[in-house]
Design a protein around this ligand. Structure first.
Ligand code: GDP
Ligand code: IMO
Ligand code: MG
Length: 431
């Protein structure tokens, strides 16, 4: 694929297979950048007979001699980062791949995780409706502090005086909330300060300026791949609010969270599953709560890569996918898990919603409206063949080719890659 700067985003509710597509595209990339989210992400790569799940590290870390960047838009849990760096085989020292963590990335503190759990429990008991079903990784509370301008950033960890002041400020507030609102014990300054200084010693060698690193890389003709986490419908602005995450998952997020000027982006690729899944709460019009849904979960091994939770499964939703095409300005679609649809008795795709006495093909702004829609389905001819050995579109059964063509026609986008199994090699590369 011939484009210097590419952005890859999730086009549904996350877990579309972004990690495995990044892994394929990173073969020809020099720099791979995460630009938002944190360890709520779980990006699976199956290569060389091994399974890797990346939560914070860009999924390009497996290749040698790359530059991998954790951008300013992330919220970083240093313990998780250390686990991932230590678990790499070969290690970055041996592979020659360099990791840079933006000094402006925010740090997830233990009180963020505690407040995440307490907030969920409070929401589920209140008139809010239900919990969000967060991953419990402290993501929301950490972004709250970022936007409240009280957060601790990666650059602070290696500056004992700065981090001491910020920690005191935060504990004064967090401990009040913990004790007075939730009746929970406070966090002690001394222990936490020691932990934070120790994190600083670990993270200091990785801290860098992502803006300058990227500018240099782009100016010298290097190929850059931005790796979105979560998905369009979980984006804090464009998703099914309030059942979303707290970051900008859409393609535009890579400009603020990944330090790339908008005019430098050459290509935007959306990753979509051949059906839909969602983890956590929130509207999901095509959800199948019957045996067909269980079959998709079983055939697609649909269990969360971060939390292990069973994913909710349903038919492909073109209303939602077309919305993702528009919000992100998708040039191409990478279609994953087409193999999971083999052998079904029935194959449906949602092409419109019936709601409030009318039919619409546009995605509603409001989650409350989305809760009320009834999907309008079009039937497709199922296929029985095992397609996991297919390596070109012409190897696919005619019914599967028709399914892919329909997606291309109704999104006015080309499918550039098809996943026919979880391994690196189980890929139909079209461009
Ligand atoms: P991500 O968060 O978007 O990177 O996706 P996850 O890794 O959370 O979930 C995708 C799951 O589907 C992982 O278990 C992948 O190994 C698996 N997967 C990805 N692409 C394919 C595919 O084309 N076929 C099959 N059968 N599994 C796939
Ligand atoms: P990847 O990058 C799927 C969901 C959670 C919850 C909501 C908010 O692997 O696709 P949070 O912990 O972010 O505050 O949770 O968002 N969620 C994901 N769902 N894939 C993800 O990441 C997700 N990250 C968060 O389940 O509904
Ligand atoms: Mg995932």
């Amino acid at each position: 694929m011939d484009a210097q700067v590419q952005v890859l985003v999730g086009a549904q509710w996350g877990d579309e297979g972004k990690g495995r597509v990044v892994d394929v595209l990173a073969e020809t990339a020099d720099v791979v950048v995460r630009y938002q989210g944190g360890a709520n992400a779980g990006h699976t790569v199956m290569a060389g007979g091994r399974k890797y799940v990346f939560h914070l590290l860009p999924s390009g870390m497996l290749y040698p001699n790359r530059l991998c960047i954790i951008g300013n838009g992330l919220v970083v849990d240093p313990e998780k980062l250390r686990e991932e760096v230590n678990g790499l085989d070969p290690s970055p020292e041996k592979s020659g791949t360099r990791l840079v963590v933006s000094g402006a990335a925010h740090i997830v503190m233990p009180y963020h995780k505690k407040l995440d759990a307490l907030g969920e429990s409070a929401r589920s008991k209140s008139g809010f409706g239900s919990a969000i079903g967060t991953t419990g990784r402290g993501i929301g509370p950490c972004y709250v502090d970022k936007y409240n301008r009280t957060g601790i950033r990666a650059e602070d960890l290696a500056q004992p005086d700065v981090v001491a002041k910020k920690l005191r400020l935060n504990l004064d507030e967090k401990n009040l909330i913990l004790e007075k609102i939730y009746g929970e014990p406070p966090f002690e300054f001394d222990g936490l300060y020691e932990t934070v200084l120790e994190w600083g010693r670990f993270i200091a060698p990785y801290i860098g300026n992502a803006t300058f690193e990227l500018d240099r890389a782009i100016s010298s003709g290097k190929r850059i791949l931005f790796e979105g986490a979560q998905g369009t419908l979980l984006d804090v602005d464009h998703g099914t609010y309030p059942y979303v995450t707290s970051s900008s998952c859409v393609s535009g997020g890579c400009c603020t969270g990944g330090s790339v000027p908008p005019g430098r982006i050459d290509r935007i690729i959306g990753v979509a599953k051949a059906y839909c899944t969602r983890v956590g709460e929130g509207p999901f019009p095509t959800e199948l709560t019957n045996e067909a849904g269980e079959l998709l979960r079983k055939n697609g091994a649909e269990y969360g890569a971060t939390t292990g939770r069973p994913r909710r499964c349903g038919w492909l939703d073109m209303v939602a996918l077309n919305y993702a095409v528009k919000v992100n300005g998708l040039d191409f679609i990478a279609l994953t898990k087409l193999d999971v649809l083999s052998g079904l008795d029935e194959l449906l795709v949602c092409i419109a919603y019936d709601v409030d006495g009318g039919r619409r093909e546009t995605f509603p702004d409001s989650a409350a409206v989305l809760e009320r829609v009834t999907p309008v389905y079009r039937k497709f001819t199922p296929w029985n063949e095992d397609i996991s050995g297919c390596r070109s579109s012409s190897d696919l059964p005619e019914a599967a080719r028709e399914y892919v063509s329909f997606i291309e026609e109704s999104t006015s986008s080309k499918v550039c890659l098809i996943g026919v199994g979880p391994r690196r090699e189980d890929t139909i590369r079209i461009f």
